[in-house]
Write a protein that binds this ligand. Structure first.
Ligand SMILES: *Cc1c(COP(=O)(O)O)cnc(C)c1O
Length: 371
């Protein structure tokens, strides 16, 4: 039953090579290949337009903007965050000497539950770091109310939320800072890359210093910054991909709609409900397998899929709070995180990308319906 190429959970959106070559020729002519070059500036402008935000700083990946955001806002002490994410979210706190405090999530979205966040606040809490997981918008209104009430900052890890809008507004406008990842596996990629969105020119200036070693001028270093710069080659690649990303999102939408219709009546398979007013980017398609109702465990289904060369991913399993660095924290105790623990044990992200064929989709559906 093995076919030659497995159906993978994701596939990178690659710019057409013939469109890329003239950009490379131009970069070779310019001989300016990094440090806020021509295409870097062009991409910042184009992304502001596309995303509907005012201030963006590009980075060489999606982890450094998280680390830099915490530096820029001078966050310390304790930060409340979600265990149901990619490890980079919590690692960014650790790299800043901040103690992560895990709070449980809402089963309807997979995002931090504002009530659990409020309950986790102590005198040492300085900020909240939520994630718009799978591109599902967080309850930004409730989180902001809590932040305002206790004088906390909010840094959104929006790595999954490229282009996501609610009621026509970019969700990147929420909180003090949002960060994006342009990693190869994401809906929009620059191979590796990322960005930080802030809401005023002063903060953008500080971020731009911080991502360039703290240099504020030829001989002036204003902060212990890092090297987070995106080069010209990937900026040009990103400009081209931006022209193709809407088409890729449309293709993903069709996959999502097909999956949704196919699993509607399958007992023991739960999906997220579409959220009214949200323009999704269809970055992932998670299903949650209830062993009791489905008759087979999540891992058994995952392995059955793999036997047929359909490679799902158990995002997010295991929970970040179970990794050795974090599991000793009091908030990492599974009894504090019952919803996240259950979702991590039930989730499989199905193959979801712009170049899945109808046959790929059909095959994936059949395995899950028949298992
Ligand atoms: C991908 C991802 C990151 C990290 O991005 P990189 O570009 O790989 O450094 C951070 N947070 C979340 C939730 C992610 O999915």
């Amino acid at each position: 039953m093995k076919q030659d190429t497995p159906i993978t959970v994701t596939s990178p959106l690659l710019p057409p090579l013939e469109e890329f070559i003239p950009y490379l020729e131009d970069i070779w002519q310019r001989k300016w290949i990094t440090n806020n070059g021509h295409y870097h500036q062009e991409l910042e402008k184009a992304l502001c337009d596309y995303l509907g935000v005012e201030y963006i700083s590009l980075f060489t990946n999606g982890t450094l903007p998280l680390i830099t955001a915490l530096q820029a806002l001078r966050i310390g002490g304790e930060v409340i965050t979600t265990p149901y994410s990619f490890v980079a979210t919590t690692h960014s706190l650790w790299w800043n000497g901040i103690k992560p405090v895990f709070a449980d999530i809402d089963p309807a979205t997979g995002n931090l539950d504002p009530e659990k966040v409020e309950a986790a606040i102590t005198s040492r809490t300085t900020a909240i770091m939520p994630v718009h997981v799978y591109g599902n918008p967080c309850d930004t209104t409730a989180l902001q109310e809590i932040a305002d009430k206790y004088g906390l900052k909010i840094i959104y890890d929006a790595a999954h939320a490229f282009g996501v809008k609610r009621d026509g507004e970019s969700i990147l406008k929420a909180g003090d800072i949002s960060t994006l990842s342009f990693h190869a596996t994401k809906t929009y990629n620059t191979v590796e890359g990322g960005a930080l969105i802030c809401h005023d020119a002063e903060t953008k200036k500080r971020i731009d210093h911080l991502k360039n070693f703290g240099f504020a001028g030829e001989t002036e270093v204003v902060a212990p910054g890092i090297n987070g710069k995106l080069d010209e080659i990937r900026a040009a690649y990103g400009l081209i991909n931006l022209r193709h990303v809407n088409q890729a999102i449309e293709a993903r939408k069709k996959v999502a709609e097909t999956y949704r219709a196919a699993f509607k009546d399958v007992e023991g398979i739960r999906m997220f409900e579409p959220i009214p007013g949200v323009r999704s980017n269809y970055s992932y398609f998670p299903i949650f397998v209830s062993e009791k109702e489905y008759g087979k465990s999540r891992d058994a289904l995952y392995e059955e899929m793999a036997r047929h060369d359909v490679l799902g991913r158990r995002y997010f399993y295991p929970l970040i709070s179970t990794f050795s660095t974090y599991r000793g924290l009091p908030s990492a105790n599974p009894s504090n995180l019952p919803v996240a623990t259950r979702m991590a044990n039930e989730v499989i992200c199905l193959p979801m990308h712009h170049s899945l064929s109808p046959e790929d989709i059909y095959k994936t559906i059949e395995i899950i319906r028949k298992s």
